[in-house]
Design a protein around this ligand. Structure first.
Ligand code: SF4
Ligand code: SF4
Length: 212
């Protein structure tokens, strides 16, 4: 049996029906955001720009293991690890992240990298203003990603807290830099030792060890 054709509205009603949507929207609350004049607060766990965290004494948490880079589905992370020495120490353990880059032209802010990080060195901030007109500017370096210094911290490289080992850092036993801790000379970055500069080893309290 042939299907009965649907009833259609008379032609003159169609434009009026179309305006019905407009009229309904007129009385709804406006969603327009006055960005960038008015910044919107993000959700607490918003996935924004990454941050490389420090231990409470200022040493770096990154151990240069590259697990974040392997976990990244967008191949946006580049890491090169290197060995710490007593004269130039960036993290409490054997290795540190010598080169660390995130390419925000590739990153999709999925957060898989921070899940993969075994030391909680890598986390994400709420900062979302990452747009730029240059590809080169979208590659963030370790210096840009490294967390700032808080009270009680001394910038890396510097000696490990006297009497503590790597495990103690992760147990939370180090809460600030040892008294007298001084930044070491970053020879690998081309810094030149200053006359009278001090470097501290692991086996002696930092406050007592001064090497000219
Ligand atoms: S957030 Fe996702 S895409 Fe961005 S660097 Fe991490 S794993 Fe890669
Ligand atoms: S950020 Fe974490 S996962 Fe990535 S290299 Fe450093 S320690 Fe390893």
């Amino acid at each position: 049996m042939a299907e009965k054709p649907k009833e259609t509205k008379p032609g003159f009603q169609n434009p009026v029906a179309g305006f019905g949507v407009t009229f309904k929207a007129m009385f709804k609350k406006r969603l327009t955001e006055q960005y960038p004049e008015q910044q919107k607060t993000t959700a607490p766990r918003f996935h924004g720009r990454h941050q490389l965290n420090r231990h409470p004494d200022g040493l770096e948490k990154c151990v240069g293991c590259e697990l974040c880079a392997w976990a990244c589905p967008a191949d946006a992370i580049y890491v090169e690890g290197a060995d710490n020495t007593d004269e130039e120490r960036y993290s409490p353990g054997e290795r540190y992240g010598r080169v660390y880059q995130i390419n925000y032209a590739r990153c999709i802010l999925c957060g898989l990298c921070i899940e993969a990080c075994p030391t909680r060195a890598l986390t994400m901030t709420n900062e979302f203003e990452l747009a730029d007109s240059s590809r080169a500017n979208l590659i963030y370096t370790k210096e840009q990603l490294l967390a700032g210094l808080e009270e009680g911290m001394v910038d890396s490289p510097h000696a490990i807290y006297p009497g503590m080992d790597e495990q103690d850092y992760y147990r939370g036993l180090v809460t600030e830099a040892a008294p007298g801790t001084e930044p070491q000379v970053a020879l690998s970055k081309g810094e030149v030792p200053q006359e009278g500069a001090s470097t501290f080893g692991e086996d002696e309290p930092a406050s007592k060890k001064v090497i000219g």
